[in-house]
Design a protein around this ligand. Sequence first.
Ligand code: CU
Length: 80
Amino acid sequence: MKIDNFVFGPEALTVTIGTTVTWINQDDIPHTVVADDKSFKSKVMDTDERFSFTLTKAGEYGYFCSLHPHMTGKVIVKAG
Ligand SMILES: [Cu+2]
């Protein structure tokens, strides 16, 4: 997953249980990745920093950037 120009790309990602998702901040300004249900939460990522999280439960995980709450994305986790 990348973060660039205030956008998470792709906006929605579908993975299977056990997948580790990595977000890379390719923007010129800091961003975070925070799940709506707080199941994952990055620190503030500067340019080229990354955050990884392994998804171990099926479901839909909406997330946003806590610095720019209009930035949102979603990870859909399906049983393998
Ligand atoms: Cu942001």
